[in-house]
Structures are given as C-alpha cells and as structure tokens.
Design a protein around this ligand. Structure first.
Ligand SMILES: [Zn+2]
Length: 850
C-alpha cells in the first residue's frame, strides 16, 4: 500500500494535546512474530487547551481491543492512528495490540537483531509499539512489565522486580515516548559502579552478546569519565540507581539516549586495541559522552516538538565537543570539528537540502537528523557562549536547568535564560535558528598613521524557500601580528551585527597582519584577498592554533585549486612552511598530522563551483596526487627521521598522546610509501600489534597498488568480527583508484559477507564509494547507477538508511551537464519506484527539485 500524498507539518501549526498523561503501564508478552502489548494509560484533560480531540498515533498495529474506563469502545482506525470519543474528565485507557518485531526491517519501533529484541523510538517509532500520543510534549512516568523466555529483560528507569521469564521496571522521571526503550536477549554485562557527587551509588552495566565481553572496558571508562565531567562542568548529577548501555548490531543511528537504557550501534561502543583504531576509540568516547549528557539536555529537559530538535542536539553536541577538548587536545578537536563542518554541513547549507537549524516544516522528521541541526546547532551555541562570556554562559545554563527541569521546551525558552541572565536582546541572534545558508564575510582593510581598520561585509546567498537574507550577529575573533612576528593585539571578539561594519585599532607601531576568525569563531565562509607570503607568515607566527592550521590549509587549498584547473605547480611557500612545522618538536604530533592533511576532494569541488568553475573530479584527484608527491619530495629524508621519532614503544593506549604519535607516523608513512614503494608499510603490517597500525599499513599498501596477500590474510583473520569486516569492505573502496572504485564496489556487493540489510555493512560499502570522490563521479555514471540500484533495493526494507544515503547526490548541480544528466536519470528512476517510502521520496524531490 502506498502512503497517501505526503503531508507537510508546520512549526506554526503547533497545538498542545488535549490531555495530559498521568501514568503509563505497559505489558509486553514477547514473541518474534506476535508480540502482545497491553497498555494502561491514565489521561486527564489538559488545562492549557479546550480541544478534547482524542487521537492516538499508531502504525502497523493489530488492535485486539480498546477500553475507556473499562468499557469496550470501537475507535475509528486509520493507517496513522485511531480517534475515539473521550471524556472531558480523567479516565483510564486500556488497549491490547499485536506487533511483529521479527518482520520489522525498518529498525524503528520494536524489532529483532540477531535473536535479540530492541527498540528505537526517536523520532516517531513508539507509535509502532502501541497507540499513544507520540509527540515529545506529552511526558509521563512509565512502568513496564516484560514477559519473555530470554535471560535479560531491560527497560527504562530502576528495576522493580524480576523472576523466571519476567521483569518489571519503573522510570520515575516523566519522559516523552521517544525515550522509551526495551531490550530482551541473551546478553552478558560488564559491571561497575559510580558514586555521584552527593554520594548516591549507581550500578553501571554495559550489555553485549556473549563473545564481545573483551570489548567493553573502554566504553565503561568513558561512561565514568562522562558522569564525572558533567558533574564538574555543568553541575549535573545522575538520577537513577542504574545506568544500562546495550550494544546492538542492527541500528540505523549511532546511539540513542533512552532514559537509563542507552542503546548503541555496536560500532559506537565496542572497542579493543586488536579490532578498533584510535579514531574509533575517540569517536566511541565522544558518543558515550554525548548520549550520557542527554540525560539532562534531552531527557530531563526535552523538546516541545520535533522542530526544536536542535534544542537537545545542538546543545549536546556542543557539550560533547567540550568534553573531548578537555579529555584530549582542544585545538585538535576544534580543527577536527571544522573539517567535519566543512565536509558535511557546508554542502548541505548551500545546496538543495538547505534548511534552518530549526526547520519550519517537514514531511518526514527522520530526514532532519542533519549536520545542520546537530553541528551548526552546536556552532550556534559556541557563538552564544563567545558573545556572553564563560561566566554568563554558566549562569544561564544553571537557570535553564532550574527553570525547565521536567519540561518540553523551545528555542525561545533557551534564549530567554540568556536574555534574563545578561540583559541582552537576542532577537537578532535568533536568526541563526531561522535563516538557512552559510554567511559569507568579505574583509578589506585600511591603514593610516597607526590606525588599522578592518571592514567586514556579510551576505548570505538565497536558499530554498528563503530568497532574502538578513544580517546575522557574528562574533569575529581577531588578533593582530606585527611584522616581526610579535602579537600586537591579543584575541578580541568583534561583534558584527550590520551588513557592513568596520572596526579600528589605534596606536599601532606598524601595519599588522590580521589573524581573523580565530578558533573559527563563527560558522561562515571568510573571503579576503591574501598573498601566499602573508599566509606563510601566519603559518609561522600565528599564536592561535586554529588559524595557524588554517593558514597552511589555505596555502594547500589554493595550490590545489590552481593545479586542478591546469594552472600551476605545488606552491613553494606551502612546502617550505610545512617543512619548518614538521621540524617543530614543540608542536603536538596530532597537530602536525593535521598540518599534513589536505582539503577533501569534494570540498575542493565545492570551492571551484563557488568560483564559477565546473569541477573536474579526475583533475582534482590528479592535483591531490601531485601535491602528495611534492610533499614527499619536499620533506625527503625528514619523513623517515620523524617516522622513527614518532614510534610508540609503550603498550597500546588509545589516549591523546599515543594516538597523536600514531596519527603523525601514519601520515608520514603514506608519504614514505610514495618513495619506497611500500617496503616500510609491508614491514609495519607484519609487526603491527594493533588495528590502527595494521589498517594504516594495509591502506598504504593498497595505495601503492600492492597488499593483495595482506588483504586476504586480514579477511581470514577477522572474518568472524563484523565490525572489522566493515573496515575491510570500506578500505578496499577507499584506496581504489578512481578508475577501479566502482568495479571494486560492484564486486564487493557480490561478496557473501555483503549483508546489505545491516545498516553498518551497507554504509561501509556505499559510504566508502560516495566518499571516493573521483571514483563515485566516474564519467561513465556507473557509480551513480550502482548506488541508485541499491537504494531502490533497500528502500522497502529500511527507508531511514536509504533516505540518508541519498545525500550523496545533493551536490549534483556543481558538476558538468553530462554528469548532471546522468544523475538526473538516477534520481528520476528512484522517484519512479513504486511504493517508494515517504523518507526517500521527500529527499529525492528536494534534491531533484532545486
Ligand atoms: Zn544526540
């Protein structure tokens, strides 16, 4: 059956529900194809409205019976839910439904993964479990009884009782249904305890399938660090007797913050030195922190409606970035975040999928779990903190928690606490939540008699639905450096509010070199005429670690853009600057590794398109190869010297210090391989005693056109470890030359281990293909066709993952007419698929439409 014409939901249409829910009792009688869910829900009229329409969401449910105050009723049932006549007084609703968890391949609601029952209810999955007002502003306490013949039966809150074949849970904290969770399976726990700041003991349990116990230690440590950090940094204490984490293999998202029972994609929690890379460890630490921090920013204070998603996500991403900066290196974290923002958010913000941090309408909310809502949402909070200062930020957060605990809130509530604490009017700042597109800031400067003036002009290009743009509030952090390299002006934050604005600095002994947008103080595109000499000067002298990196990045970027358009050779200033930085032992190895990095090929394509030049993916790939060769040439014997100096001899630890050294040594080895043909990489592969080194060596070998035997050995060794085999799939496509990428991917789709119904495996293969820029954009269109074939195949089973993978096409308008025509054919073919899901259909029409 096809959905009716997709309905658009608007922020401006918000109305409260006619009833409040006083309590929820749920009983689950588990059976793979016929689970019975019995609900007993106490409703009473909502004093905030007189509208007593009683509509309960419900999808794919078989209604057995429904009663109001014990009397059987015959509600009107549609595919979206049911409507009944309800009293204008407190009453008890009871219903019994039957659902089919084993037949649920969309991984939303209650479903099965390797014989284990689990749930994913955000955003609108609870309605696939039972009839309920499935909206975040309806909050209630939940009591849950699970009957089933599995050894472990878990739900939210504190355990209430258990026996053979049953368990009961009670969550005393009112929550929306999207935070409901249930897990039942044959699981084993790693246990620990945490004592909160007020002396309350909390039992911590990390549940995995038998055989994965050795991969839980790191996650447990990360959890304890997160709990401590949230007490120290935000004064937030945990509030239940237990905290459960469960690892699940089949999961659409990274992880989910269900109250007291976080559910994780196994790739985001399981870790061991043998099977995980340093990057995996860092990511796992951050995701565990993120989900834990949601306990306050998301669970205790939730969103009024899904338009406010950034209220919990922007803030929680910002908090997890602060945590990682504290645990590891703050400059390195900031650079990683900005690379990520430019890779994922800028193309979204400047393409057909552009939407505000707080969208104003949607057809399918699952399509708005985006880099804009999450990452730009976090940048907006960073700007707010920079504008009001650290002390006022802390005070505003205290007020937010005190004022809104237990509530479902809006962006207006969030900004009001800042206005109340600081006395500022944040009306203009609020545009960051409603205006889409990345602001561009043009900078010119004047110098006369000791006075230096910076002139800024901001513009934002039109985006879908928003032809006209207004000036934003921009905190622009600036420092000034004298001709001898001394800092003449320490970092100061200029607050830009007008379309055009100038700021002057008096009494300077000489014309300075400006360091603008230090720490990437606003998520904007900076446009300023600069020379390579000036950039090389900043690369050598800037005291701001972000801008120092940015100076090197700009040099590399410009030389690559020139090379990609056939007009240049690798820039000498860049290579000289790089050589002196590499020699600078006072710089953190992780930072030097970032300095060796180059802008991504998709990012370069975007920059060319921005300058009115149609990008040629193959030419960009060749430019990058050429510059890599030039780096290897310019660094020469220094490569091997530094490689030796950055070997780790201590036993493996995934901490900042060791992983920084491995990151630098790995980046150096990639360049060394260009000189020695893979001799050192081969030696490293043989000697590697952890996954980071093994994978580095293997990717170097593949890049050098070798490694067939090693790849086969790697597969044999790890064929029973699904997370490592994901890497095996990914690596071969990532390291394939553009000419081979599609055929390698195509061949891998025929591999017996290509279990395409598993989102991790699907993403490993197609995520790697679409990230291989020149390979995916192969002129024959074979990459587009392969992806479209598989999206069409996956959509009926898993609309969410399909819709997300469609974003690979979002930048299609930047390419040449021949490629555009080939992509249009594939988009139209997907759109014409019978019974296409609402998720995918919305994504394709937005991408195609612009
Ligand atoms: Zn989150």
């Amino acid at each position: 059956m096809r959905d009716a014409a997709p309905e658009t939901v608007y922020l401006k249409d918000y109305k409260p529900f006619g009833y409040v829910v006083d309590s929820v009792h749920l009983t689950f009688d588990l059976a793979p194809h016929a689970t019975r869910v019995t609900s007993r829900i106490a409703f009473s009229p909502n004093p905030e409205t007189t509208d007593r329409t009683f509509f309960l969401h419900g999808e794919k449910l078989k209604l057995i019976r429904a009663t109001i105050d014990g009397a059987e009723i015959a509600p009107q049932v549609t595919p979206e839910g049911l409507t009944a006549t309800a009293p204008d007084a407190p009453f008890v609703w009871e219903a019994e439904v039957e659902i089919d968890p084993a037949g649920n391949t969309a991984l939303e609601g209650l479903y099965m993964s390797n014989g284990m029952y689990c749930t994913q209810c955000e955003a609108e999955g609870f309605r696939k479990i039972t009839y309920y007002p499935d909206r975040p502003d309806v909050m209630s306490t939940f009591t849950v009884r699970i009957n089933g013949d599995l050894p472990v039966l878990l739900s939210n809150g504190n355990p209430k009782g258990q026996g053979a074949g049953w368990a009961e849970w009670h969550d005393p904290w009112p929550k929306p249904a999207y935070l409901f969770a249930l897990v039942a399976g044959d699981l084993v726990a790693t246990e620990d305890t945490f004592t909160t700041v007020s002396g309350q003991p909390v039992a911590l349990k990390l549940w995995v399938r038998p055989g994965d116990e050795h991969k839980t230690a790191f996650g447990m440590e990360a959890l304890k660090k997160s709990m401590k950090w949230d007490e120290d940094s935000y004064g937030r204490e945990y509030d239940l007797k237990v905290f459960n984490i469960v690892a699940v293999d089949d999961f659409n998202m990274g992880a989910m913050e269900n109250k007291g029972l976080n559910i994780f994609n196994s790739s985001c929690v399981l870790a061991s030195p043998d099977t995980s890379t340093d990057m995996n460890f860092e990511r796992i630490e951050a995701i565990i922190a993120h989900e834990y921090f949601h306990n306050w920013t998301g669970d205790r204070i939730t969103c009024r409606d899904w338009f406010q998603l950034c209220l919990k996500e922007g803030l929680t991403v910002f908090r997890d970035s602060q945590f990682t900066a504290d645990m590891r290196s703050a400059p390195v974290k900031r650079i990683h975040d900005v690379i990520d923002l430019r890779t994922r958010q800028f193309p979204e913000d400047n393409g057909p999928l552009s939407h505000p941090v707080r969208p104003e309408s949607f057809q399918e909310i699952n399509n708005f779990y985006t880099a804009t809502v999450y990452e730009k949402g976090a940048e907006v909070i960073g700007m707010l903190k920079r504008l009001v200062g650290d002390a006022a930020y802390a005070e505003a957060l205290d007020l937010y928690f005190a004022r809104h605990d237990g509530q479902a809130c809006t962006i207006e509530d969030w900004l009001k606490v800042f206005e109340d604490v600081t006395g500022r009017d944040l009306t203009q700042f609020k545009r960051w939540y409603s205006q889409s597109g990345t602001p561009r800031v043009k900078v010119t400067e004047d110098w006369a008699e000791g006075t230096y003036t910076l002139n800024f002009e901001q513009t934002t290009l039109p985006t879908p639905g928003q032809p006209e743009k207004l000036p934003q509030v921009l905190p622009i952090a600036v420092g000034l450096i004298g001709p001898n390299g001394d800092e003449l002006q320490e970092t100061t934050v200029l607050e830009m509010t007008e379309a055009k604005q100038s700021f002057s600095f008096d009494g300077l002994p000489a014309r300075p070199v400006p360091s603008i947008l230090r720490g990437f103080s606003a998520p904007v595109i900076l446009e300023r005429e600069s020379t390579n000499t000036e950039r090389a000067f900043l690369l050598a002298h800037d005291t701001d670690p972000f801008n120092r990196w940015e100076a090197g990045r700009a040099l590399a970027q410009d030389t690559l853009l020139q090379m990609a358009t056939g007009a240049g050779e690798p820039d000498a200033d860049y290579l000289d600057g790089l050589r002196s930085l590499m020699r600078d032992d006072t710089l953190d190895p992780a930072y030097r590794a970032l300095m060796l990095g180059l802008p991504g090929q998709a990012e370069l394509a975007g920059l060319l398109a921005d300058r009115g030049i149609t990008p040629d993916p193959m030419a960009i790939w060749q430019a990058v190869e050429h510059l890599r060769d030039a780096q290897a040439q310019a660094l020469g014997p220094l490569l091997e010297e530094l490689y030796e100096a950055n070997q780790v001899t201590d036993p493996y630890r995934p901490d900042a210090e060791q992983s920084g050294k491995r990151a630098l040594a790995g980046a150096l080895l990639r360049l060394i391989t260009r000189r020695d043909g893979g001799a050192r990489a081969s030696a490293l592969y043989t000697a590697a005693d952890n996954m980071t080194l093994a994978l580095t060596a293997l990717s170097c070998l593949l890049q050098a056109g070798q490694g067939e035997a090693e790849l086969a050995a790697f597969y044999d060794r790890w064929k029973d470890d699904r997370l490592v085999i994901d890497k095996w799939f990914m690596l071969q496509i990532a390291e394939a030359t553009p000419e081979r990428a599609v055929s390698v991917a195509q061949a891998l789709t025929e591999h017996p281990d290509f279990n395409w119904k598993n989102p991790n495996r699907f993403r490993a293969l197609f995520g790697a293909l679409t990230a291989n820029h020149a390979g995916f954009h192969d002129a024959t269109g074979a990459g587009y066709q392969l992806l479209a074939d598989w999206l069409i195949r996956l959509d009926p089973l898993n609309p969410q993952t399909t819709a997300r993978m469609c974003t690979a096409f979002q930048t299609w308008k930047r390419y040449d007419p021949a490629r555009q025509a080939k992509i249009a054919v594939e988009l139209d073919r997907i759109a014409a698929t019978p019974d296409l899901s609402r998720d995918t259909s919305e994504m394709i029409s937005r991408i195609r439409g612009a």
